[in-house]
Design a binder for this molecule. Structure first.
Ligand SMILES: Cc1ncc(COP(=O)(O)O)c(C=O)c1O
Length: 439
């Protein structure tokens, strides 16, 4: 009884302070926000001591599970040596991580610039493409998400994430390959992937024809795990090359094996980007992003002017990342993700057979989405069902994510160290939660 009243008051205390001292635009999940206190492996506990199976991983970021001893140890060792130096001084963890990521990255990608966030990595990529080409205009995709800075919001193709109406000139948005809600009202494959051709129309009709770059997520994350057809990026990259632009793959969500079988999502489409960005899964929760480019593109920064990142390449974050990648390689490599992801996918498809509210199951590996609809004929989005499922899963002790332009896509992205047993438990909880959804 005593414990209950103490913890109850802790929740209230945290929520009160949140309201009083943190700006109201901090988006919080659940009707009654959920303060978390600790984590261990696949699980987190709230301040009341309730346990949750974490199938969202703090937005696809806790890649090797909470409180992973190898990562914690690497962090502690680095903390005892040097916490900070800035990018003005070379550091072993920094260069070792750059070497490691160059080895994992596809094609000729080799030269890194580490940043404190994914937004910063995308900004770096855009700036690099502009510097290399001497051009300014950028093509992005509708429904894409690129971060919360002025450029990040301008690249983003969803009104809900473009607060304040900021709009940087020279960024144009082409149609996205959203087969479930085809923007051209066509059907794959008879459409011939017509949406890819819209890139060319967009270049010809809304730019000077001399573009700096095209930026896209291999699978649109915040957009609701929209997964392009297999031919899409090949067609697009040829168009981009034809118009002299660079191809930027935003792997902030899809990187580090998340999509299964490959270390980076874009590899599924057989395309080699000129620039790639990453963050989230890179360091199991330590704030770190990276922009990697080919030596030829990176060379354009030489002598171009001064730049620093005070926190970019922080030695502790780099040490955490090296340890994270090592755990991924040993225990949760892309093959493991593909195997466990396959089980997750087939379980979700079974749920789709059972619950009419699931309009589509999509994604790859351990990045699976469920688009919820009022009915399958009209495909009218059901953010209401999403909200109900959210509260029900919380009640049952399962954390999941959501997204999509209409807030009607469930995002399921456990740490990549998830086992088949973890997936079976999550599927069972999801099944129970769907039973509670009334549409
Ligand atoms: C694809 C993509 N790019 C960029 C970002 C921005 O990353 P951050 O929130 O670390 O700034 C995100 C964040 O969700 C993202 O999903």
């Amino acid at each position: 009884m005593h414990t209950e009243s103490t913890t109850q008051s802790k929740t209230t205390e945290i929520l009160d302070k949140q309201q009083k001292y943190l700006m109201p635009n901090h988006l919080l999940y659940y009707t009654e926000p959920l303060p978390l206190e600790r984590g261990d492996g696949m699980y987190v506990w709230d301040v009341e001591g309730k346990k949750y199976l974490d199938f969202f991983g703090g937005i696809l970021t806790t890649s090797v599970g909470h409180n992973r001893p190898e990562v914690n140890q690497a962090v502690q060792e680095q903390t005892e040596k040097l916490i900070h130096s800035s990018t003005l001084y070379p550091n072993e963890a920094h260069v070792d991580l750059a070497e490691k990521i160059a080895a994992l990255a596809p094609g000729k990608l080799q030269m890194s610039y580490f940043t404190p966030s994914g937004t910063d990595a995308d900004e770096t990529a855009v700036f690099l493409a502009q510097l290399h080409t001497g051009r300014q205009e950028i093509i992005a995709l509708r429904h894409g998400y690129s971060g919360r800075s002025a450029i990040g919001m301008s690249l983003t193709g969803q009104h809900t994430w473009r607060i304040g109406g900021t709009h940087i000139a020279g960024i144009k948005h082409a149609l996205n390959p959203y087969c479930f809600r085809c923007p051209l009202k066509m059907t794959y494959p008879s459409c011939g992937v017509a949406c890819a051709q819209d890139i060319e129309d967009t270049i010809k009709t809304t730019t000077s024809g001399k573009i700096a770059a095209f930026i896209a997520e291999p699978i649109q994350g915040v957009g609701g795990f929209i997964t392009p057809p297999p031919e899409y990026f090949k067609i697009v990259s040829e168009i981009i090359k034809h118009y002299g632009g660079l191809f930027i793959a935003d792997e902030v969500q899809t990187g580090f094996g998340r999509t299964g079988d490959k270390w980076f999502g874009i590899e599924h489409w057989g395309v080699e980007p000129d620039i790639m960005t990453m963050a989230k899964s890179i360091a199991n929760g330590f704030p770190l992003g990276n922009c990697i480019a080919t030596p030829e593109v990176a060379e354009s920064t030489r002598g171009a002017g001064l730049t620093i990142s005070t926190f970019g390449g922080n030695p502790v974050a780099c040490a955490a990342s090296l340890a994270t990648i090592s755990v991924l390689e040993e225990e949760a490599d892309p093959q493991h993700v593909a195997k466990v992801g396959k089980l997750l996918r087939s379980g979700l498809e079974k749920l789709q057979e059972k619950y009419l509210v699931i309009g589509e199951v999509r994604g790859m590996g351990l990045m699976q989405g469920l688009e919820l609809v009022k009915d399958r004929t009209s495909k009218e989005p059901s953010p209401q069902a999403t909200a109900q499922l959210f509260e029900a899963t919380r009640e049952l002790g399962l954390l999941i994510g959501k997204g999509g332009l209409n807030g009607n896509v469930i995002r399921i992205t456990p740490p990549m160290t998830a086992t088949e047993e973890d997936v079976v438990v999550a599927l069972d909880l999801l099944d129970k939660a769907f039973q509670k959804v009334k549409i």
